[in-house]
Design a protein around this ligand. Structure first.
Ligand code: NAD
Ligand code: IPM
Ligand code: MN
Length: 355
């Protein structure tokens, strides 16, 4: 029996709605495999801030630090000033040194009808993994604000660049990719110049992988123009945040995209890339697949179970032919609530795990 403690931060808005569907999948895995999960609530975010004046109470953070993995919903409330809830994520990423933000963007075959691109642009399909640096850059939290002036320092260290770029090359090698793409703004930003230099220095150790660089602005159009040309894409913190939301809509909806905030070998955090979606929260219509695929990443990355991870992914893909939440609407396919979507995927997974 493999016993694992999973910290659960449901968060705000649609966070709790989608996390509950992720937990449904974990409970099923516990029932049909040799994993045994113990769940511990670690509340954080805007609602918690309103109660305790702190978006990440020490009690919650202690639970997170002593867990084997963390599943996280989303934080942020429209009636709080920007940042009041959101800094909870940054604190977790910084203090646990979760330097890798792995963000796969894969267009599942049944969702081709929801891809906003014409077939000629989709080409051979979309299957990209963004490897986003997750602790430095503009997110290093070095800044000041007054009424007259506000500043953030964009900082990249050699150590910070080396470890994420090496991770990306290793990831590409493991996945059997032929190429690694780096996205920066080296034509203007000093940290990007260091980044690009290190990308090529480390690249020498991977002679079998092609290397290519793009500036972020042009990359944004290439991502739409020829998404099938990309496999592993490594980039800085801010650029990675933006291009992963762009990528998420290419695969049908922001609600489809998952992520792992990873420090290899240590506690890592798994979350859908979307936010608390105040425009749809409380209605039970949010797409839970980003959260469910985050559980897939947890099984794959933290618990070294690629076979279970694959079964989750196949269950998602299969389910999308039969039912979908409203963001993926198709008149020929049944419209489901968040909970019904989770149930359908769980039903498929149950059949797969039983056999
Ligand atoms: P958002 O990601 O919450 O929503 C953007 C759009 O995508 C909305 O129309 C929303 O309805 C839709 N969407 C998001 N998730 C969906 C899902 N699961 N199913 C269907 N549709 C979905 O971005 P926003 O509106 O800019 O931000 C809202 C709040 O969330 C802000 O406070 C922001 O700071 C915060 N935020 C938090 C996280 C996080 O906790 N990881 C990430 C991004 C934004
Ligand atoms: C994300 C979010 C966060 C980020 C915010 C909420 C701090 O947008 O995880 O993509 O900018 O990284
Ligand atoms: Mn984001």
């Amino acid at each position: 029996m493999e016993e694992k403690i999973i910290a659960v931060t449901r968060g705000d808005g649609v966070g709790p709605e989608v996390v509950d569907e992720g937990l449904k999948i974990l409970k099923l895995i516990a029932k049909f495999t040799n994993f045994d999960f113990k769940f511990k609530d670690a509340p954080a975010g805007g609602e918690v801030y309103k109660k305790y004046g702190n978006n990440l109470p020490e009690r919650s953070f202690d639970i997170i630090k002593s867990a084997d993995a963390l599943i996280f919903g989303a934080v942020g409330l429209p009636d709080l000033p920007p940042g009041v809830a959101e800094t909870a994520i940054l604190r977790i990423r910084q203090e646990l040194d979760l330097y890798v933000n792995l963000r796969p963007i894969k267009l599942y075959e049944p969702l081709r009808d929801r891809c906003p691109l014409k077939d000629e642009f989709i080409g051979n399909g979309i299957d990209i993994t963004f490897v986003r640096e997750n602790t430095e850059g503009l997110y290093a939290n070095i800044g000041n604000i007054s009424d007259d002036k506000a500043e953030n320092l964009m900082i990249y260290t050699r150590k910070g660049c080396e470890r994420i770029i090496r991770y990306a090359y290793e990831f590409a090698k493991t996945m059997g990719h032929s190429k690694v793409t780096s996205v920066d703004k080296a034509n203007i930003l000093k940290p990007s110049q260091l980044w690009r230099k290190i990308f090529h220095e480390i690249g020498i150790e991977y002679p079998n992988l092609q290397k290519e660089d793009f500036y972020i602005d042009a990359f944004c159009q290439w991502l739409i123009r020829e998404p099938d040309k990309f496999q592993t894409v490594v980039t800085g913190n801010m650029f990675g945040d933006i291009i992963s939301d762009e990528g998420a809509f290419l695969i049908g909806s922001l609600g489809m995209a998952s992520s792992g905030n990873i420090h290899p070998g240590k506690i890592s955090m798994y979350e859908p890339i979307h936010g608390s979606a105040p425009d749809i929260s409380g209605k039970g219509i949010a797409n839970p697949i980003g959260a469910i695929l985050s559980v897939k990443l947890m099984m794959q990355e933290s618990f070294q179970s690629p076979a279970i991870a694959k079964e989750i992914e196949l269950s998602v893909e299969e389910s999308l032919k039969e039912g979908r939440t409203i963001d993926l609407q198709n008149p020929d396919i049944k419209n489901l609530t968040t909970k019904e979507m989770g149930d359908l995927i769980a039903e498929k997974l149950k059949l797969r795990l039983k056999t």
